[in-house]
Design a binder for this molecule. Structure first.
Ligand SMILES: *[C@@H]1O[C@H](CO)[C@@H](O)[C@H](O)[C@H]1NC(C)=O
Ligand SMILES: *[C@@H]1O[C@H](CO)[C@@H](O)[C@H](O)[C@H]1NC(C)=O
Ligand SMILES: *[C@@H]1O[C@H](CO)[C@@H](O)[C@H](O)[C@H]1NC(C)=O
Ligand SMILES: *[C@@H]1O[C@H](CO)[C@@H](O)[C@H](O)[C@H]1NC(C)=O
Ligand SMILES: *[C@@H]1O[C@H](CO)[C@@H](O)[C@H](O)[C@H]1NC(C)=O
Ligand SMILES: *[C@@H]1O[C@H](CO)[C@@H](O)[C@H](O)[C@H]1NC(C)=O
Ligand SMILES: *[C@@H]1O[C@H](CO)[C@@H](O)[C@H](O)[C@H]1NC(C)=O
Ligand SMILES: *[C@@H]1O[C@H](CO)[C@@H](O)[C@H](O)[C@H]1NC(C)=O
Ligand SMILES: *[C@@H]1O[C@H](CO)[C@@H](O)[C@H](O)[C@H]1NC(C)=O
Ligand SMILES: *[C@@H]1O[C@H](CO)[C@@H](O)[C@H](O)[C@H]1NC(C)=O
Ligand SMILES: *[C@@H]1O[C@H](CO)[C@@H](O)[C@H](O)[C@H]1NC(C)=O
Ligand SMILES: *[C@@H]1O[C@H](CO)[C@@H](O)[C@H](O)[C@H]1NC(C)=O
Length: 415
């Protein structure tokens, strides 16, 4: 009898301990990257604490080295309070404003650039521009890369794309020196072949100016579409959203497309995905730094055949508060937007939630996951269709004259 009681007690205690030690709930954060591996939506790093640009020009407290995911094949994601998060092998460094991509053949993850720190500390780390997660060995390593350009060290606020042959393309970005001071800005195209582990840097005379904090989206035609961000030409200039920079990964040439349609406010810290119709959906961002202000419209759609911008008419239910320095990934026809800072709060409220946009019907199918919603994908099918857009709408254009001061903030927020 005693034995049985003891057994039951032990079992309960063990399951309690098991639950406590295994249940992982990520902190709110900015500047993480995310990637889809099969049905798993992965997140890498980020900063769970606000940045104090004036008092701590170099150190950020508690930069995360967490790697975690949730499984999108679990339909509970659409209707439960919180998803079940799973942890994977932590990165050797804490990092934010890096970029990641995945080898489609073996699901190995590559992390490029970013601001790197010793995990959960203020201290700058021993830096490698590239880290690789091998799922078979269950470990991170620094890959040996032929021809890695030394100026790529510490590149920040960049976005990589990977093509079907395993070539990674990374444009420009900025780089701070270890001692602070003025960052350097780049307009080179770095190409990393993950099959041969070789690196090359193209300096192209027709390239756009040095830029960072843009989004990069690879189209099936082999064209990379760069949207928004900041140019540095003896000062910072937000990229005009009518000017779409495209890079042909075959001819290795740049072409500027002039996008018409709705007027879209310039932005940094936004996200972009390509939906199944071939439209690029951009979401969120802020006018100048990650502390806001919010941009308008929150969400816009670029047709990559006609190069026309439009603003879908989205039902108000479940619309999240606009985020910046978040991340987004497309899964089937759903855009998953997660973390970041709520732009309208002046950078004071960090987000720990994810939101799901149906990119066919243009409805947000969840409210944030800290509140209970019983809405499931099946109910959404009957929702309001994508409303046509008024191309003459002028609401989006909120571009303001630049202040010299903003340079300071850009530097500290994104480098
Ligand atoms: C950093 O993490 C430590 C330990 O968890 C915590 O005590 C501290 O408050 C955190 N700092 C910030 C700024 O979040
Ligand atoms: C699906 O998610 C729910 C809610 O988080 C969780 O209770 C359940 O264990 C998950 N199922 C699987 C197969 O992971
Ligand atoms: C960070 O640097 C400080 C000052 O040099 C040192 O005292 C501290 O031990 C370092 N922390 C870690 C985690 O290395
Ligand atoms: C890189 O090369 C060095 C020296 O050849 C070797 O010791 C190291 O294991 C290699 N790293 C990887 C990740 O292959
Ligand atoms: C994946 O495998 C295919 C077929 O072996 C090959 O053609 C392709 O280059 C590989 N891609 C990468 C990224 O290694
Ligand atoms: C990159 O940053 C590290 C600190 O993380 C610093 O030690 C190093 O000097 C920097 N390298 C370059 C090329 O700026
Ligand atoms: C390395 O990158 C810099 C900056 O873009 C460029 O000027 C230089 O030519 C590159 N070096 C090589 C060997 O490609
Ligand atoms: C962006 O470019 C378009 C087309 O050239 C122009 O009409 C618009 O005024 C520009 N916006 C800003 C803020 O410069
Ligand atoms: C990209 O360049 C190649 C080689 O010049 C050309 O054949 C192809 O049509 C271009 N792609 C697009 C979408 O323009
Ligand atoms: C957008 O309008 C400009 C000015 O009217 C025109 O030159 C350009 O070709 C148009 N772009 C497209 C993709 O239609
Ligand atoms: C998520 O929901 C909670 C509770 O309604 C709300 O306080 C919070 O502001 C929401 N977060 C975002 C990013 O919308
Ligand atoms: C950002 O823009 C807002 C509105 O245009 C302005 O009030 C604020 O001072 C700007 N912040 C910086 C750092 O430039």
């Amino acid at each position: 009898m005693r034995f049985i009681q003891f057994g039951v007690f032990s079992f309960s205690l063990l399951s309690y301990l098991f639950f406590v030690s295994c249940q992982y709930v990520p902190n709110p954060r900015i500047g993480q990257s995310s990637a889809l591996i099969g049905t798993k939506l992965y997140f890498f790093g980020g900063s769970p604490a606000d940045v104090s640009p004036l008092s701590t020009p170099i150190g950020h407290p508690n930069i995360s080295n967490d790697v975690f995911y949730f499984d999108l094949s679990n339909s509970s994601l659409f209707n439960t309070v919180t998803p079940t998060w799973y942890k994977d092998v932590e990165m050797p460094i804490g990092s934010l404003y890096h970029t990641s991509c995945v080898n489609p053949n073996d699901s190995a993850v590559f992390i490029f650039g970013g601001r790197q720190f010793l995990p959960n500390s203020n201290n700058l780390s021993v830096y490698s521009p590239v880290y690789r997660l091998d799922h078979n060995k269950n470990s991170w390593s620094i890959p040996n890369i032929t021809g890695l350009n030394s100026t790529f060290a510490n590149r920040t606020s960049i976005q990589a794309v990977i093509d079907i042959t395993g070539k990674v393309f990374i444009f420009g970005g900025g780089r701070r020196s270890a001692t602070g001071g003025d960052p350097s800005y780049y307009n080179d195209m770095n190409i990393f072949d993950i099959t041969s582990m070789s690196w090359s840097t193209l300096v192209i005379s027709q390239a756009p100016p040095p830029s960072y904090a843009y989004t990069a989206t690879l189209l099936p035609s082999g064209i990379i579409v760069y949207i928004g961000g900041i140019d540095y030409i003896s000062g910072i200039i937000p990229v005009n959203m009518s000017e779409i920079r495209t890079f042909n990964t075959t001819s290795l040439t740049w072409t500027i497309k002039s996008a018409n349609g709705s007027s879209i406010g310039s932005r940094v810290g936004h996200s972009a995905v390509l939906n199944q119709n071939g439209d690029i959906i951009i979401y969120g961002g802020s006018e100048n730094d990650t502390l806001g202000p919010q941009v308008f419209p929150d969400l816009a759609v670029l047709n990559t055949n006609s190069w026309m911008w439009s603003i879908p008419n989205i039902p108000s239910s479940n619309i999240p508060q606009a985020l910046t320095a978040h991340s987004a990934v497309l899964y089937k026809n759903y855009m998953f937007v997660a973390f970041g800072v709520i732009a309208s709060t002046g950078g004071t409220i960090y987000n720990k939630d994810y939101y799901i946009l149906d990119t066919q019907k243009y409805v947000w199918v969840t409210t944030n996951n800290s509140v209970i919603t019983t809405q499931g994908p099946s109910k959404i099918q009957g929702s309001q269709p994508n409303k046509a857009i008024d191309p003459s709408s002028n609401d989006g254009n909120k571009i303001k004259p630049l202040l010299y001061l903003s340079l300071f903030f850009y530097i500290y927020m994104f480098f």
